[in-house]
Design a protein around this ligand. Structure first.
Ligand code: SF4
Length: 265
């Protein structure tokens, strides 16, 4: 006999799916099950908000609609098109992954993390969003929902709804069960019998995030500024920021030529 909480949790999954079927966001990467397109979206979404990713994703897929097209592009061009998304190492990894896939084929599902830049989360996202397996990709948003709403564990994915469950959880974490201001009593579709909301412990049970360092003045910001200057001018003096320049060269994101930094070919 399932416990009353178990019954409530299974019903919550049904409600989540009903809500998603009606109100789910219509992102371009939700209209495809192509593994390459899903990989592009997931890598772009790793550190950038969905609404900001949309134009970058569209432009990327217009230029390189297939994994073969991306593998045939130069890294320099790939980095130029990535400008504005941040964390350019992601672009280099995506480019490396495309070349590996073209040379060797896609790894088996359990070996997707062999691809450059593909960690546990992205591998699970490929299985869920491209292959439609009942695998839940757990990022910080989903981990938060699980801790708050399903502390006894995920009650199970209805047959054939793996993709929808994964996407619904993404929407719930983005729109309702947010880190700082969850809308428990103003529209959350899972409010009924939510253990954290009922007990007033939403903040307490929320997994703590590692504090992020200041962006202003950080090496990350300086690397971004230098890469942007490089994209504009085609060449910048290493003296402009020697540490950031060395870091970009080390990561294969720029090339040193004499006293200047130039784009990778
Ligand atoms: S009621 Fe609050 S804590 Fe519970 S799932 Fe909804 S937003 Fe999250």
């Amino acid at each position: 006999m399932p416990s009353p909480a178990g019954v409530g949790s299974a019903a919550a999954v049904d409600r989540l799916l009903e809500w998603f079927d009606t109100d789910g966001a219509d992102f371009p990467w939700r209209r495809t099950r192509d593994r390459y397109a899903v990989l592009v979206a997931e890598v772009q979404l790793q550190a950038t908000q969905a609404a900001r990713v949309v134009p970058f994703y569209r432009e990327w897929m217009r230029r390189w609609p297939t994994v073969e097209a991306l593998a045939g592009a130069s890294l320099g061009e790939v980095l130029r098109v990535w400008q504005g998304l941040g964390y350019p190492r992601r672009a280099r990894h995506l480019h490396d992954a495309a070349r590996r896939i073209v040379a060797e084929g896609w790894p088996a599902p359990e070996r997707l993390t062999d691809l450059p830049g593909v960690g546990t989360y992205t591998a699970a996202a490929l299985r869920c969003f491209a292959d439609e397996e009942a695998v839940i990709p757990v990022d910080t948003n989903v981990a938060r929902i699980m801790a708050r709403r399903f502390p006894d564990g995920w009650p199970g994915t209805p047959d054939g709804r793996g993709w929808a469950v994964g996407q619904a959880l993404m929407d719930l974490g983005r729109l309702h069960c947010t880190a700082r201001a969850p809308s428990c009593d103003s529209g959350c579709p899972l409010r009924d019998r939510c253990p954290a909301a009922d007990s007033g412990t939403v903040a307490e049970v929320t997994p703590k995030l590692r504090p992020q360092g200041r962006y202003q003045g950080s090496l990350r910001q300086r690397r971004g500024l230098l890469l942007a200057a490089l994209a504009d001018a085609g060449r910048v003096a290493v003296d402009q920021d020697p540490d950031a320049a060395a870091s970009l060269v080390q990561d294969g994101l720029a090339v040193r030529r004499d006293d200047d930094l130039v784009p990778v070919p």
